[in-house]
Design a protein around this ligand. Structure first.
Ligand code: G4P
Length: 532
């Protein structure tokens, strides 16, 4: 195949790009690791420049504080930086579990993931959930086991725990020598080098090549006891794992594992360097049923996140678009496939570390911020003319449901508009019952109700209260037999609602009852996500 000059330069840009997200249970060290990576990229100059996007629970009642935190989270949503000839796009994911849906959606925009695990706590619940999402999409995952300067679990047990709880095969690429007070350093099994731990920041210190662990030099460096232990470990690991099957990493079957200490900047460079060697650059993605290569000559991308302006007087928003193919050029007219309309995109921003800057062009893998006055919804696709939608942003059944009670009948219009816009942003899910005018809002965590109530009041002037509802799950329903589906809808009328895309949903009141209904209606399929 002959590529013209334009296609060739796009191919080179794609080759350079790595778009990934860091996931972890809160407090495992995601912010710290992000900061160290940015320091390597020269995107920031000093430690402490990256703000955690953690929602501080002590500040719950102080709404200005939450708004400020939302501001921080948009500023640090995407951090792009250059490192050794690569263009790295790091996407931040909210750590707080109440905003898990936001994280799930962000994961649809990345090509790979680094998962941070705290060696003291091991694999925690939030990581298990996030890993499920990675598995659904076969996203390649690298694990970084952090806080080796603390007394943690045995490294072999940690590997077992990752395999057991996260249901993925592991493949250690580095190995710790000692731990906590006796932590000596890590040995890289990937490029056979030793890095000694001296505490403190070790930004420029190089590792020493140590291709033969049997060398007596090793005893001099870490003492006979640790040297012998390392020799034993290396032999056993080599027997157990052999060389890394990079293809299996790329297909999401095997997770390479690194050990280190983010706060001490230890083991981070090995992680970054190996990551750049093995991680995927942008790959083809499915537009409806067709695979679109990133080198496709036409631009295309999809919106995975929308962030509203915090200033209620300016109700503009930023739509975060992941580019999937071709070259984005500011000032061009692009086709909004849901609205079947062309839009001129005159404002677009790139996110460089913590600054936003206007950009004129961008390539597959890049995330750009589009100025939006209400035209975009999460999941929207923008192209140069191709029709279709980039799928794969499923909604999951919420955990908690409340009925929306309008407290000010004069502001019904504002309420409807506000609710619709907040749902476009993906703040929560709205289900409208087929009978009557009841509406249920479903969320992952309690905190979201407070955010919605506050924002409806301050941004739209609408007053709502949320009344408890006895609901267990929202199940998207389908059937191969339209007659059976109609019968089901007729007999369960009171429990049928529509989601934001008008899809049919069965609102199950309890686990036991759902089970009974499933048994009684074997021709109906019940799905816990909106894409099936
Ligand atoms: P998160 O974004 O995943 O929630 O975690 P974050 O990086 O904020 O780290 C959580 C805490 O763990 C921080 O301490 C951080 O300094 C500490 N930490 C990160 N990496 C390491 C490590 O390698 N070793 C040790 N011992 N600690 C580590 P904090 O007390 O909550 O905050 P700070 O006052 O230290 O910033």
């Amino acid at each position: 195949m002959h590529l013209n000059f334009n296609e060739m330069s796009i191919a080179q840009e794609i080759e350079k790009r790595r778009t990934f997200g860091i996931i972890s249970h809160p407090d495992a060290g995601k912010t710290t690791l992000t900061e160290k990576l940015l320091l390597f990229g020269g995107a920031i100059q000093k430690a402490g420049a990256v703000k955690s996007n953690k929602i501080d629970m002590h500040a719950r009642s102080d709404w200005m504080e939450i708004e400020k935190q939302r501001g921080i989270s948009v500023a640090t949503s995407v951090m792009a930086f250059e490192y050794e000839g690569s263009k790295i796009n790091l996407l931040d994911t909210p750590g707080h579990q109440d905003f898990a849906e936001d994280t799930y959606r962000t994961l649809t925009a990345v090509d790979s993931v680094i998962m941070v695990v705290d060696c003291v706590k091991g694999v925690e619940i939030q990581t298990e959930k996030l890993m499920e999402v990675c598995r659904m999409r076969s996203t390649p995952v690298i694990s970084f086991i952090n806080k080796l300067d603390r007394e943690g679990k045995d490294p072999y047990d940690l590997l077992d725990e990752i395999e057991g709880k996260l249901n993925i095969q592991v493949h250690p690429l580095s190995w710790p020598i000692g731990m906590g007070k006796t932590f000596q350093g890590v040995y890289s099994l990937y490029d056979k080098s030793l890095r000694l731990f001296k505490g403190g920041q070790q930004l420029h210190e190089e590792a020493t090549k140590f291709s033969d662990v049997n060398s007596p030099e090793l005893d001099k460096l870490i003492g006979e006891r640790y040297a012998n232990q390392l020799r034993e470990d290396v032999e056993m690991l080599q027997d157990l794992y052999g060389d890394l099957p990079v293809e299996d990493y790329l297909s999401g079957k095997v997770a390479p594992v690194f050990f280190g200490s983010a706060v001490n900047n230890f083991g981070v460079k090995e992680l970054l360097d190996t990551f750049l060697k093995i991680s995927p650059n942008p790959k083809p993605r499915k537009l409806d049923e067709e695979m679109i290569s990133p080198t496709h000559k036409e631009f295309s991308g999809f919106v995975f996140k929308i962030h509203a302006n915090m200033d209620p007087k300016h109700r503009n928003r930023i739509a975060f678009l992941r580019i999937c193919s071709g070259k984005f050029e500011r000032g061009s007219n692009y086709y909004h496939t849901r609205q079947d309309k062309k839009f001129r995109i005159s404002q677009a921003t790139a996110f460089m570390a913590q600054d936003k800057e206007t950009i004129d062009e961008a390539y597959p893998g890049d995330i750009i911020g589009l100025y939006d006055t209400g035209n975009f919804k999460i999941g929207d696709t923008l192209t140069e003319g191709m029709k279709g939608v980039y799928g794969g942003i499923p909604a999951f059944s919420p955990e908690i449901f409340r009925e929306v009670i309008n407290k000010d009948a004069m502001k019904t219009k504002q309420l409807d508009k506000g609710l619709a816009q907040l749902m476009d942003e993906g703040v929560a899910q709205l289900f409208s019952f087929e009978l009557g005018s009841r509406k249920a809002v479903g969320v992952v965590g309690q905190l979201q109700f407070e955010v919605i109530q506050y924002r409806l009041k301050h941004e739209y002037g609408a007053s709502v209260e949320f009344a408890p509802m006895q609901l267990y799950k929202a199940c998207w329903i389908s059937s191969k037999d339209p007659k059976k589906l109609n019968e089901f809808l007729g007999s369960k009328q009171r429990h049928i609602a529509r989601d934001k895309d008008d899809k049919l949903v069965f609102m199950a009141e309890s686990k036991a009852w759902l089970q009974m209904v499933q048994d009684n209606f074997p021709d109906i399929e019940f799905h816990f996500t909106s894409e099936f």
